[in-house]
Design a protein around this ligand. Structure first.
Ligand code: MV4
Length: 444
């Protein structure tokens, strides 16, 4: 087992990893920018190394500085968290070359799943349902138009180097094809340095339901059931829950089996997530695979009573996984509390927290790095706390979430708490009647 893990991240996920490391008797090294000198992950780690000024590029994305910190402290592994370098294949390679274990999949696996059309082809060959569309990249506009006609409008153009909603264009009719084709390629080229585009049938009003998976270096795989992440605003998840109100046991088993097949087919080693789109007829289709621990891993932990960070560290240390699948007991919901103003287009609201009262009580978990008097910096993403509740039923979980949100006081900055309070009282949400389009018509 590792003796010392460097956490190449900040905020709540850095704290989350440090907590599990402490429980496992593993020493921890925090890295921080000058903007995070007073952060809890710095205070809770056994050692802390300043790696640069506030900008992410010069700190949390600064590979030479992070590797130097690992060298100075003799860390034998690095946990990347999520975001930043978590899915950076080059970083994984540099760690491997330096003899420091990257706690995640291999660089090759990160690259394979990072290229969306390659990932899709890999899944199709493994027998995982994929969205009907082109077999590969579209070479030119005429080929695209011909395929779109075959598939049937509406279709969606996607950047193979994109993901998470970046570089996508929905095309509703042939006369719209040319301008969308041009803008998709231009945007993909500019954003990713790769203007490869593929095409799919557009699934209208889908749900985003993802399956937690794990695999070890001995070929054992497992799934840990689903998370419903359909409550999103501009591709930013705001609420996640497990189990999904849309899944019945049969669909859960079929999606779990498909996720298992996906992981086994690529000899995946680490924890990961298979994202599916689910249409109103309960057909599910592979969308993307995430090769990192995700923000919303918490709701899975709560309904299967499991430590996913511990599992990820054990897999990296060569400990076999059990290979058994996990199904949810009870119901968990996570609300992302962001330093954003929901009354002003969710614009960022950094600044000093002048008063903090954190929600507590039976079945309430808060993963957060903020404290009374903490100043939320403007340089990084706006997530300041994850409020997670668990109860026997979805209705009880929603009631518990509303109660917890009511007692959660964060003064001095704006937060998404008022948005979540309103959502928990929304009849469509309470009925489990929502897709990824739900927030387009949700009024605060
Ligand atoms: C789609 C789709 C409909 N049909 N693909 C968005 C992010 C990226 N994971 C892929 N996404 C979508 N792909 C087809 N063929 C709808 C979306 C989509 C979406 C998916 C999941 C969660 C939220 C979403 C919001 C808008 C669009």
């Amino acid at each position: 087992m590792f003796k010392k893990i460097l956490i190449a991240n900040r905020g709540e996920i850095a704290l989350r990893v440090i907590r599990t490391c402490k429980e496992m008797g593993i020493k921890t090294v925090a890295v921080y920018s000058t903007a995070d000198a007073d952060s809890l992950h710095v205070r809770f780690a056994d050692e802390a190394i300043k790696i640069g000024p506030p900008s992410s590029a010069k700190s949390y994305l600064n590979i030479p500085q992070i590797m130097a910190a690992a060298g100075i402290t003799a860390a034998d592994a690095i946990h990347p968290g999520y975001g930043f370098l978590a899915e950076n294949a080059t970083f994984a390679e540099i760690c491997a070359d330096a003899g420091i274990k990257f706690i995640g999949p291999t660089a090759e696996m990160i690259r394979l799943m990072g290229d969306k059309i390659t990932a899709k082809t890999t899944m199709k060959n493994a027998g995982v349902p994929v969205i009907p569309g082109s077999d590969g990249l579209i070479e030119d506009i005429d080929e695209g138009k011909m395929l779109a006609k075959e598939i049937g409008y509406p279709v969606i153009l996607k950047a193979t180097a994109g993901g998470g909603g970046k570089g996508m264009r929905v095309v509703w009719s042939e006369q719209d094809f040319e301008r969308n084709w041009d803008s998709a390629r231009q945007e993909a080229g500019a954003a990713f340095g790769n203007d490869g585009i593929y095409i799919e049938k557009f699934i209208e009003e889908p749900r985003h339901i993802e399956i937690q998976v794990a695999g070890d270096q001995y070929g054992n795989v497992c799934h840990m059931s689903e998370r419903d992440c359909s409550i999103q605003r501009r591709h930013q998840k705001l609420v996640e829950e497990s189990p999904s109100p849309f899944l019945d046991d049969d669909l859960r088993h079929r999606m779990g089996e498909a996720a298992r097949k996906a992981v086994a087919s690529i000899n995946y080693e680490s924890v990961g997530t298979i994202e599916f789109l689910v249409d109103k007829y309960k057909n599910f289709y592979f969308m993307e695979m995430n090769t990192r621990i995700q923000v919303e891993h918490t709701v899975t932990e709560e309904v299967i009573d499991f430590d996913l960070i511990k599992e990820q560290i054990k897999i990296a240390a060569g400990v076999p996984i059990s290979g058994k699948d996990y199904y949810p007991k009870g119901h968990a919901i996570e609300c992302r509390i962001n330093a954003e103003d929901p009354y002003n287009d969710f614009r960022p609201s950094p600044g000093k927290i002048t008063e903090l009262h954190t929600a507590k009580g039976h079945g309430v978990r808060v993963d957060s790095h903020i404290y009374d008097g903490y100043t939320v910096p403007p340089y990084y993403d706006s997530l300041i706390a994850k409020l997670i509740v668990r109860a026997a039923t979805r209705e009880e979980a929603i009631n518990k979430m509303h109660r917890a949100l009511e007692e959660y006081v964060v003064s001095g900055i704006k937060t998404t708490i008022p948005f979540h309070l309103k959502l928990m009282k929304n009849e469509q949400f309470k009925a489990g009647n929502f897709t990824t389009k739900f927030l387009e018509t949700f009024e605060l």
